[in-house]
Design a protein around this ligand. Structure first.
Ligand SMILES: N[C@@H](CCC(=O)N[C@@H](CS)C(=O)NCC(=O)O)C(=O)O
Length: 226
């Protein structure tokens, strides 16, 4: 247990969504690097706070929290900012998109990044094509819906922005996706990356000048992101 907020992270991993929210909320926090090249996310010490062996975990006075969406919601409710409060008319809309980001888009992106966990090498191309189609479909849906929350000051934005960059640069076929096909999402990415909070995170994790509108492979001070 800690009185502080302690983010267990690896650069440009899902912990980035949480770092963005922490910076946006201007909360004091410390970070603990998980070196993925050494498999530190699977160490007994880390598994004792996150039995999934996934990044991120946020240690809090209420205990260790995992699952990006849960951490983002917990932070916003603690501070009373960046997400519609319970009982407000906007709450339902916020919740439905938060769950959608976690269950639809994030889940699909995990298939893109870890196809080898699901199929043998000879089926990898087929899976890649299928998941590209699904992610494109999700991004078109979001671009067309252009929900009211697509603003720079929302935990939904903190969750979405990294998910616009990762599929462009990671996976077996980097470059298969271009944000120019999604004008509303591209406009959001440009606004989001111009915020002070996003700039501080980009600096801390070596994400470059246009991390969301024109993503490039990162160059984090810690070395490799994966
Ligand atoms: N559902 C989890 C997914 C997190 C996730 O996919 N984290 C990745 C890093 S971006 C990870 O830990 N990958 C290591 C692995 O899957 O072994 C969440 O939202 O926290």
């Amino acid at each position: 247990m800690t009185d502080l907020l302690r983010l267990h992270y690896a650069p440009d991993n899902a912990s980035l969504c949480v770092r963005l929210a922490l910076e946006m909320l201007e909360l004091p926090y410390e970070v603990r690097l998980l070196d993925r090249s050494k498999g530190e996310q699977s160490s007994p010490a880390y598994l004792s706070i996150n039995p999934n062996g996934l990044i991120p975990t946020l240690e809090t006075p209420d205990g260790a929290l995992f699952e990006t969406a849960a951490i983002l919601l917990w932070l916003s409710e603690r501070e009373g900012r960046l997400f519609p409060a319970p009982g407000t008319p906007e709450r339902g809309d916020g919740l439905k998109w938060l769950f959608w980001l976690a269950n639809a888009l994030h889940a699909a992106e995990r298939i893109l990044f870890y196809p080898d966990r699901l199929v043998s090498p000879e089926h990898m191309g087929e899976l890649d094509r299928a998941i590209h189609g699904q992610i494109r479909g999700y991004l078109h849906l979001l671009d067309n819906a252009a929900p009211a929350w697509l603003t720079e000051d929302s935990i939904l934005g903190c969750y979405l922005a990294p998910m616009l960059r990762w599929p462009v640069i990671y996976g077996n076929n980097p470059g298969w996706l271009s944000l120019t096909d999604y004008p509303n999402l591209l406009a959001f990415a440009r606004r989001f990356e111009a915020t002070e909070a996003a700039r501080r995170c980009a600096e801390a994790e070596g994400l470059g000048d246009k991390p969301y509108s024109e993503p490039e492979f990162p160059n984090p001070p810690e070395g490799s992101p994966i």
